[in-house]
Design a protein around this ligand. Structure first.
Ligand code: GLN
Length: 259
């Protein structure tokens, strides 16, 4: 019964939107409509998470896989948006408080997060690794502090293994602060997504080494909105993602950042 009611309500809403927007006739450019097509979405992201989002100091703009994916999908779907690169924890908070409509920030899709977020289809897979100065062994973590990033699955992973290895955890807002803490010796190691630290090591930006065997908890990254909010945006993101996969644009974007 509830389902039938919900369905009828949905039909009624679509019908009213169709009337408001003059759907069915080819009315040309959309005007201010109740369907939200003209809305400029506020999207938040991380700010130091290469190759997904980072500041290109030459152009003073944020670039990366997420930035390019969002631009390509928005172009494909006619989505208007403004991007705010404020950090991962800030992005989570902005979406949860309704200050932002969505986030794209190398965000891992987890069951726990699904309680408060709705996610797109996964667009990349990754897991966490432990990183330290060359020559450090996992046994060396005992009695030391390990750096983790606030609100991330890396932090959750660190929490899950800290008793086994006997370390404490220091939290940092940014990945860059975390690497710095390990390089200067404040913390003996840090936990980070494999692709991200792999990129930083490869580019020579970070002089650290992956000391764990395999990326742990490998899962998909998704674009996210607050649970129950902006469902049309998730639909458009998914449709656009499918289109740019089919057109080869998705592959082109990943290749640009070395994948
Ligand atoms: N993938 C990790 C997470 O979702 C880290 C994301 C990030 O730091 N931008 O928790």
């Amino acid at each position: 019964m509830k389902k039938v009611l919900a369905f009828l309500l949905a039909v009624a809403m679509i019908a009213s939107v169709a009337v408001l927007t003059g759907c069915g006739g080819n009315s040309g450019q959309t005007k201010e409509t109740k369907s939200g097509t003209d809305k400029t979405y506020v999207i938040y992201s991380d700010n130091a998470f290469a190759p997904f989002e980072y500041l290109d100091t030459k152009t003073n703009t944020y670039v990366g896989v997420d930035m390019d994916l969002m631009a390509a999908i928005a172009e494909d779907q006619g989505i208007k948006y403004e991007m705010h690169n404020e950090g991962f924890d800030a992005a989570m908070g902005a979406v949860q408080s309704g200050q932002a409509d969505a986030m794209i920030a190398g965000m891992t899709i987890t069951d726990e997060r699904k309680a408060t977020f709705d996610f797109s289809e996964a667009y990349f897979d990754d897991g966490q690794v432990i990183v330290a100065k060359a020559g450090t062994k996992l046994e060396d973590l005992k009695g030391k502090s390990v750096a983790a990033k606030t609100s991330t699955v890396g932090g959750e992973y660190a929490e899950s293994i800290k008793d086994q290895y006997g370390f404490t955890i220091n939290y940092y807002e940014g990945s860059d602060n975390m690497y710095q803490a390990v390089q200067t010796g404040t913390d003996i190691a840090c936990v980070e997504d494999f692709s991200v630290i792999g990129y930083a090591i490869k580019s020579g930006e970070v002089k650290l080494e992956i000391i764990s065997d395999q990326p742990a908890n490998v899962k998909g990254y998704g674009f996210a909105v607050q649970k129950g909010k902006n469902p049309e945006l998730i639909e458009k993101f998914n449709a656009g993602l499918a289109n740019i996969k089919a057109s080869g644009k998705y592959k082109e974007i990943l290749a640009k950042y070395g994948y």
